[in-house]
Design a binder for this molecule. Structure first.
Ligand code: ZN
Length: 268
């Protein structure tokens, strides 16, 4: 997971938000809203978010199509399972708020995250009608929040005898929020780990070999050249799995080596 920069709120979204929140407020007065009550006025947000996220899922970083994937609500709109015996009402008033919208694949959004929104122990709940985060402390890492997701989640190689090396996400430095985010989104699900592994073996390893050869030959200029070529390929805006690529480079060429050779990876 990498940091998402949504950019400016798209023109027209505020008018939709005002009208839709007013409509929902009337529904909520009678009974808790259902998913269908939220309608489908998300096309403007969908277009802008898909582009801003480099056409990738905000959580798993897979490349995704604009039409068949979801505008995702970081704070769930219909119901929110916050952990323990906390109330489970959703954040309906944030359903069209730009700062609450992301773009995600159905596997992350519908299959794993769903309505889960665990809070830090002792955290207050954001009062109805208020802007996030307020006094509320989420356990999930917000890709567009104030923290860099890469400070909480790290990819490490897993060696199993007789098997191809896998790269799996773990909590960086024991981050509780990183751990919980991996758990809730199931970022270590087998299908994703296989995708990640393919990305490393098909693409990143090729660059690692080139950089390693230049370093082994003691050729400073060649090392800088292949390093730059790797950064250009691995971190261009629409490339998938950038956090993974960063950690693979960091694994093979740790800080000491990079300093010695004047190589610094682009931080996505
Ligand atoms: Zn995803």
């Amino acid at each position: 997971m990498i940091r998402v920069n949504r950019g400016a709120k798209p023109e027209g979204l505020e008018a939709i938000r005002k009208a839709e929140v007013k409509r929902l407020a009337a529904i909520v007065r009678g009974a808790p809203p259902k998913a269908a009550d939220f309608g489908n006025r998300y096309d403007i947000a969908r277009r802008v978010l898909w582009k801003a996220q480099g056409q990738t899922c905000c959580y798993c970083e897979r490349r995704i199509d604009r039409l068949y994937n979801d505008v995702e609500h970081f704070r769930p709109k219909t119901r929110a399972h916050r952990g323990g015996d906390r109330p489970t009402h959703g954040y309906w008033w944030l359903a069209w708020t730009w700062e609450n919208l992301l773009f995600a694949c159905p596997s992350c959004n519908r299959r794993h995250k769903k309505n889960k929104f665990p809070l830090v122990r002792g955290s207050r709940i954001l009062p109805v009608g208020h802007s996030p985060p307020g006094p509320e402390r989420a356990l999930l890492v917000d890709p567009a929040g104030s923290d860099d997701p890469m400070d909480h989640i790290q990819f490490v190689p897993l060696h199993q005898a007789g098997k191809k090396r896998k790269w799996i996400p773990v909590a960086r430095g024991g981050s509780r929020r990183g751990k919980r985010t991996i758990q809730v989104l199931k970022l270590d699900r087998p299908a994703l780990v296989t995708h990640d592994g393919g990305h490393v073996s098909d693409l990143v390893d090729h660059h690692v070999k080139g950089i390693r050869a230049a370093i082994d030959a003691g050729d400073v200029q060649a090392a800088a050249k292949v390093w730059q070529a790797a950064l250009k390929k691995l971190f261009y805006p629409r490339q998938a799995f950038k956090a993974l690529s960063y950690d693979v480079l960091d694994h093979h060429f740790p800080l000491g080596t990079r300093q010695q050779w004047g190589l610094e990876p682009y931080r996505p």
